[in-house]
Design a protein around this ligand. Structure first.
Ligand SMILES: C[S@@+](CC[C@H](N)C(=O)[O-])C[C@H]1O[C@@H](n2cnc3c(N)ncnc32)[C@H](O)[C@@H]1O
Length: 203
């Protein structure tokens, strides 16, 4: 088991208690900006405990992947408990090498995951590859602080970031420049706008 999967094996039992409510608004808003139509197919990378899954419209087909079997186990139990019949698959998979053909999904989403993966650039390339042209690619994440109060919170939250293997220094402008993604929506979300929602078209 790799470092990230080990970290999340430890965190899985308490993840929802800590990060469920704290990051909820960002998840809900991310699903809203996808503007999903009935029958569309969505991939969520780093789906974790599946906390976002009940938020998707029931007419949309969802596939989730995560590198942590422990987090996914919780997601599977949630799907069974909530009878989420639109969740078509939950697979242990590394987002650096997605096991899907090109242009499989209408939308691809990464919620609080792009700063946890080892190589965000490689993961974005994979997200783009499996997303249909003009499909939506959505991120909700904390990027490098640009205000004193976000920087202060970063310092306070450092132990929590470390526990979930999350870096707090990914610069959003550099991220957009290097990936070549151009957001059609860029919006602060969550408490005090700590996270940013980015919705981009796969051009
Ligand atoms: C901070 S959690 C976010 C979970 C969930 N998306 C949420 O909204 O709370 C990050 C998730 O990314 C997963 N992850 C980290 N690296 C990954 C990789 N290379 N491939 C797939 N999933 C990965 C972790 O196992 C974890 O479940």
């Amino acid at each position: 088991m790799g470092t990230v999967a080990r970290a999340y094996a430890a965190v899985a039992p308490v993840y929802d208690w800590i990060f469920g409510w704290l990051l909820h608004r960002g998840r809900a808003r991310a699903i809203q900006v996808l503007q999903l139509q009935p029958g569309q197919r969505v991939l969520e990378i780093g789906v974790g405990t599946g906390i976002s899954l009940p938020l998707y419209p029931r007419e949309v087909r969802i596939h989730g992947v995560d590198i942590s079997p422990d987090m996914l186990e919780k997601a599977k139990r949630r799907v069974a408990r909530r009878r989420l019949t639109n969740i078509e698959s939950l697979r242990v998979m590394d987002a650096h090498a997605l096991d899907y053909p090109e242009a499989t999904f209408d939308a691809v989403v990464a919620m609080y995951t792009i700063t946890v993966v080892d190589d965000p650039w490689k993961v974005v390339n994979e997200m783009r590859r499996v997303c249909k042209p003009k499909g939506r690619i959505v991120f909700v994440n904390h990027f490098r602080a640009t205000t004193w109060y976000h920087a202060l919170w970063d310092r306070i939250a450092r132990p929590a970031h470390r526990a979930v293997h999350c870096r707090a220094d990914l610069d959003m402008n550099e991220f957009l420049q290097r990936t070549g993604l151009r957001p059609i929506v860029c919006q602060r979300v969550n408490i005090l706008g700590y996270s940013t929602l980015l919705c981009c078209l796969n051009e």
